[in-house]
Design a protein around this ligand. Structure first.
Ligand code: SF4
Length: 329
């Protein structure tokens, strides 16, 4: 992209942020940011299903902000992904590898102003992007922080790294602000989504979300090996096809998403409360994963990212450390 076009794009993003902030504030009064649509008045300090503790709507809790080299290569580029791990989550996945922050709430509370400083610090360190991990329930302080950081020169692509349980109401607000959507497609079976993640209607919500994300940003576009925009869908393959992996691929094809980049993740290992579910107690068999990857190729997906089964342990973070993914540094 030429410098002039980039400048124009940044000006459009700045204008869009100004435009959506009042709508984002209104959404906080009866929150419907995610599939729960629980209606909590978060502006008045009420707590929703996502268990955000702070009654201050401008505050955000994060556990780590680091240059992360363990994300997909198109996100890492040369400088690393400027990853901000936000605490709490609107899902309760019984096998969550980030449970220290998502379920136990590890992290520190800061104001939107401080989060803006974090974004600018990532840029100063040479990050390829600002990668917001599990951002849905903090949409309001994040938009405030982006508005402040952009007015102070933030020019990095914004990555919205989500579990996919995002409402269309929220995604409409993010149109023109998010450059790269990085959603999960966790389940195709609504019963499994309820049983393992306490997410009613997950499949319906996520399918609509992915289509809207693709409409907004399209396929991944690279610049010097790093993504500037686009949709990258992650699918974590669970044992015994609990995640509905084959059905997910068929749906993606039917929905016209074969040009999107698909990350087929083999890294599942039984974490957190998985021991309470005998069917979740094992890792993937190599053949189970291989067969699935071959099926994706057979269906004509061209932008497929795969993982080595041997690498499972490398993906397990420890958020009590200063750098939770130390082995990548
Ligand atoms: S983000 Fe939280 S408060 Fe908002 S609808 Fe979802 S669970 Fe409720």
């Amino acid at each position: 992209m030429s410098p002039k076009l980039r400048e124009e794009a940044l000006e459009r993003r700045a204008r869009r942020l100004q435009e959506v902030l009042p709508e984002a504030e209104a959404l906080m009064h009866a929150c419907a940011a995610c599939g729960h649509a629980c209606g909590a008045d978060r502006k008045a300090g009420a707590r929703g299903r996502c268990h955000v503790e702070s009654a201050d709507p401008r505050s955000v809790r994060y556990a780590s902000a680091t240059l992360h080299f363990g994300e997909e290569p198109v996100l890492v580029g040369r400088g690393g992904s400027g990853t901000v791990f936000l605490s709490r989550c609107n899902l309760c996945c019984v096998f969550c590898q980030n449970h220290q922050i998502s379920q136990e709430g590890l992290g520190r509370d800061v104001q939107a102003e401080d989060l803006a400083d974090v974004f600018l610090d990532m840029q100063a360190q040479g990050a390829e992007n600002v990668n917001l991990v599990t951002p849905t329930h903090y949409f309001y302080p994040i938009l405030l922080a982006l508005n402040m950081a952009c007015s102070r020169g933030l020019a990095l692509p914004i990555v919205y790294n989500t579990n996919g349980y995002d409402s269309l109401t929220l995604l409409t607000l993010l149109d023109g602000i998010v450059d790269i959507y990085l959603p999960d497609l966790k389940y195709m079976d609504e019963g499994n989504a309820l049983r393992y993640s306490a997410a009613p209607g997950y499949s319906t919500v996520a399918k609509a979300a992915l289509q809207e994300m693709y409409r907004q940003v399209g396929s991944v576009e690279l610049e010097h090996g790093a993504a500037r925009k686009g949709l990258l869908i992650r699918h974590l393959v669970l044992p015994d096809d609990i995640s509905g992996s084959y059905e997910a691929l068929l749906w993606l094809k039917d929905a016209g998403l074969t040009e999107a980049t698909i990350g087929l993740m083999s890294q599942y290992s039984p974490q957190y409360r998985a021991r309470e579910y005998p069917e979740l107690l094992r890792r993937l068999h190599p053949k189970e994963y291989r067969d699935f990857v071959e099926y994706a190729e057979k269906l004509g997906f061209e932008h497929v990212l795969t993982q080595s089964l041997a690498s499972t342990e490398h993906y397990l973070p420890d958020f009590r450390r200063r750098d939770p993914f130390r082995s990548y540094a």
